[in-house]
Design a protein. Structure first.
Ligand code: NI
Length: 175
């Protein structure tokens, strides 16, 4: 049996924190963390996973939208440099918020700038599901969750009310 990888889950306040840029060359621990993230993503049958979901505030995420378990890629210090005007609203779930979902409006095409494991800068266009997945993971890097959205749009009020649930959880779980 493979080792079970526990994910950080809502309402843990850690998910609301902002992640920090990753420095190059990657240290050994970060290299191991990337492999751990691939494992976690596949074990939980996800198509994307951010470092914060396994407990690290690093600006990186992994993705494999093919579900083939052979197409895994890591995106380090990602930045969306261009997005289509055209958007699409769709229901999204998150491995860190089991049983919950949000209706989220996302750009259907984006151009992403990021670094690979070797620090090499890449610039690539992504469409549809991959573009949606990337925007979802990028939200994680800034402490946002898909359950913060309402009728497609990011809602500060909903975020706040969710955060109140979190602090209640924190109070009770600390005592
Ligand atoms: Ni997520």
């Amino acid at each position: 049996m493979p080792m079970y990888i526990e994910l950080v889950k809502y309402p843990d306040v850690f998910l609301r924190t902002k992640s920090n840029p990753v420095e190059f060359p990657l240290d050994e621990k970060t290299q191991r963390l990337i492999k751990w993230m691939y494992k976690a993503m596949y074990q939980h049958h996800g198509i994307g996973l951010a470092a914060i979901q396994v407990g690290y505030q690093k600006r990186m995420f992994v993705m494999d939208c093919t579900r083939s378990q052979t197409n895994e890629k890591v995106f380090i210090n990602p930045e969306i440099v261009e997005k289509s005007e055209e958007t699409l609203r769709d229901n999204e779930g998150c491995l860190s918020a089991p049983g919950k979902s949000g209706d989220v409006r996302r750009h259907i095409r984006i151009i992403l700038k990021y670094q690979d494991e070797n620090g090499k800068e890449e610039r690539k266009t992504f469409y549809n599901l991959e573009a949606r997945c990337i925007q979802h993971e990028m939200d994680h890097l800034d402490g946002k969750l898909c359950i913060d959205y309402e009728k497609g749009n990011y809602s500060r009020d909903k975020h706040k009310s969710q955060t109140m649930v979190e602090s209640d959880f924190r109070t009770k779980s600390d005592s």
